[in-house]
Ligand binder design. Structure first.
Ligand code: SF4
Length: 288
């Protein structure tokens, strides 16, 4: 069995920089707490803990204490939330990815133009909550059925969650235009370039393999999107967090398997999955 990696895959600069900064803060200032899921991988989380970085996964229940250091994740937060946490007297270290900041900036511009704020993305995802958190009236569009929630007359200012598939975003924008032909619509493509690069590389990979393994966290949106995209290209696609999630039966009658990974997956985990695939391939051959 041939194992082929995607041309572009794995951890993006935004997540890499955020992990590095959390470690630096812990080394310089002592224990630090990350407000939310900085990264989904258990090995990375363990390594961060060993460096003195704790992760408070549920930001709604965490108590932000004065005189303590906290990290805002690459997903970003609303200005209102930043203000609340700033008022506590805690020290905030903001690792919001510049490409998430760009989405905030474009949405802010649209609102300043008097447009109704719209975010194409997954309702409840932390990045989407951050984008919409300053605009109580904002509408999140996840599927075509959400278009009915848009106000009937105001012009619309539309951005997207950075990790959405760009084709899906464009389709939804087209749907809005068709269903609301008289309403002004301004659209800013805020899907980030690393996400687009991974999606394009996956499309190329799927033309060459029968099955794809996507390495990434179960909670990771871009990992889920890579699996869905691979399935839409007609190949079998499986999501694993690490080598222990692989199943030999996935590889039966597979001559070429593709390997890719979400934007918060470290290289070491991808290497471990590749090694395990090689071993499974050898066993499958022996058993045949
Ligand atoms: S996925 Fe894109 S927007 Fe999100 S952290 Fe990575 S580079 Fe930044």
């Amino acid at each position: 069995m041939i194992i082929k990696r995607a041309r572009v895959y794995g951890m993006c600069f935004g997540v890499r920089d955020a992990i590095a900064l959390a470690g630096q803060v812990a080394a310089q200032s002592g224990p630090v707490t990350v407000l939310g899921q900085l990264v989904h991988n258990p090995d990375v989380l363990q390594s961060l803990r060993e460096q003195g970085v704790d992760v408070a996964e549920n930001i709604n229940t965490v108590r932000v204490e004065p005189g303590t250091h906290y990290v805002i994740t690459a997903h970003g937060i609303s200005d209102a939330q930043r203000e609340v946490w700033s008022q506590t007297g805690a020290t905030l270290h903001d690792t919001t990815c510049p490409l998430v900041q760009k989405a905030h900036h474009r949405l802010r511009e649209f609102v300043a133009m008097g447009l109704h704020p719209v975010v194409i993305g997954k309702a409840g995802h932390v990045e989407v909550l951050g984008l919409t958190g300053d605009y109580r009236e904002a509408t999140v569009i996840e599927t075509e059925s959400d278009i009915a929630k848009l106000p009937p007359e105001r012009g619309l200012g539309v951005v997207s969650q950075t990790t959405q598939p760009i084709e899906r975003v464009r389709d939804l924008v087209l749907c809005i235009r068709l269903l609301r032909p008289t309403q002004a619509l301004f659209f800013a493509d805020t899907v980030c370039q690393p996400t687009k690069d991974r999606q394009n590389a996956l499309r190329e990979l799927c033309a060459e393999v029968e099955a794809v393994i996507v390495v990434g966290g179960r909670e990771s949106n871009n990992t889920r999107q890579l699996v869905l995209a691979a399935q839409s290209y007609g190949v079998r696609a499986y999501s694993v967090e690490g080598p222990h999630d692989l199943h030999a039966e996935w590889l039966i009658n597979v001559a070429r398997v593709g390997l890719t990974a979400g934007t918060s997956t470290p290289d070491a985990v991808i290497d471990a999955v590749e090694q395990a695939l090689m071993q499974l391939s050898a066993h499958t051959r022996l058993a045949a």
